[in-house]
Design a protein around this ligand. Structure first.
Ligand SMILES: *Cc1c(COP(=O)(O)O)cnc(C)c1O
Length: 332
């Protein structure tokens, strides 16, 4: 896979660490659990969107855009990071916020919502669940056009084929790092939301013939629908990098047992996972993505899905700023 063909901005001047979670591994008495610290990626407070934005923002700059436009939920990490990238590049940023849970938008909420304002968002428009988001972004593009400006719309989560290259490149980073560490991974577990992370990892492992299975823990959609989205995006990203063998459908594994009542809505297992990671490893997860993915990881270990001695890598995709918005839920 020849990724250097794609223009890229650099927002993280190092490979994020892979660390062994000694306490969690002995607490669960199953496989050896490792974590990929993508919560330490660059831009304000880090997280997985930073990798996608390296490719997306480079494309925006290449076409002469002056404003990034994107969409996300009320506590969107992606919106925060897109805005932070815009600030760093001297661009403006406009956000379309989708109120997926009715009544969940509070203009004075903390967490990422606070950071939208602190980072100086130029415009924030709130729309209801089910709104055609690409049409909403197109309207912003047209608005800017009438002012002689040029907007660059980025889909939710930065999850198009170009954005997914961020996680194709992460797959290669993991392969290099584990080679250096002498660490032979058996599984990777990640959250699966808008899909760029999961798809990029699948495409990257496929393109490198690595044979390391990736399990995606859905945070929103049912597993059939999510697997279809992930497979389509992995295939698109794979083709973009010039890989000619199709991504096998069975390399896309999605579990939907940990969504609970819905996107961003708390579950007991998520609360337990956040407490366990904090108290055993000093790691901060978030309630919407990594908390549910970790709940999935913990449950899979308890149900004997992994052999003792196997090595499992958990993707810490970030999100801790949203944690501060959920204090009562987590500590109750
Ligand atoms: C967006 C996000 C995810 C999900 O990644 P996708 O590429 O959208 O599937 C996981 N964790 C955090 C913290 C996120 O912000």
């Amino acid at each position: 896979m020849h990724l250097a063909r794609f223009p890229r901005r650099r927002y993280t001047p190092f490979a994020t660490p892979i660390e062994k979670l000694e306490h969690l591994s002995s607490y669960l008495a199953g496989p050896e659990i490792y974590v990929k610290r993508d919560d330490l990626l660059g831009l304000a407070a880090g997280g997985n969107k930073t990798r996608k934005l390296e490719f997306l923002v480079a494309d925006a700059l290449a076409i002469g855009a002056d404003t990034l436009i994107t969409v996300g939920a009320v506590q969107s990490n992606h919106c925060r990071l897109t805005l932070a990238a815009a600030v760093k590049e001297g661009l403006k940023c406009r956000l379309v916020i989708e109120e997926r849970v009715p009544g969940s938008y509070h203009p004075n909420a903390s967490g990422n919502n606070f950071l939208f304002k602190l980072l100086g968002v130029e415009q924030l428009e709130v729309v209801s669940d089910g709104t055609d988001l690409s049409a909403a972004m197109q309207r912003v593009v047209q608005e800017l056009e009438t002012e002689g400006r040029k907007g660059y719309p980025i889909p939710g989560g930065g999850s198009n084929a170009l954005g997914a290259l961020g996680y194709v490149s992460c797959a290669e980073e993991i392969l290099h790092q584990t080679f250096d560490m002498g660490l032979e991974l058996d599984h990777i577990v990640t959250s699966s939301g808008s899909g760029g992370t999961h798809s990029g990892l699948v495409a990257g492992m496929h393109g490198n013939s690595a044979g390391i299975p990736v399990t995606g823990i859905s945070v929103r959609f049912d597993k059939e629908r999510q697997a279809e989205r992930i497979h389509a995006l992995a295939e698109e990203a794979s083709e973009l990098t010039g890989v000619t063998t199709p991504v096998p459908r069975e390399s896309v594994v999605v579990l939907d047992d940990y969504v609970g009542p819905g996107y961003s809505l708390p579950t007991e297992a998520m609360v337990e996972a956040i407490q366990v990671f904090a108290r055993l490893e000093g790691l901060l997860l978030d309630p919407v993505y990594t908390g549910k993915a970790a709940a999935g990881l913990i449950d899979l270990v308890r149900r004997g899905r992994f052999e003792r001695g196997e090595k499992v890598l958990f993707m810490h995709t970030g999100g801790s700023p949203a944690l501060y918005h959920y204090q009562e839920t987590i500590l109750d």
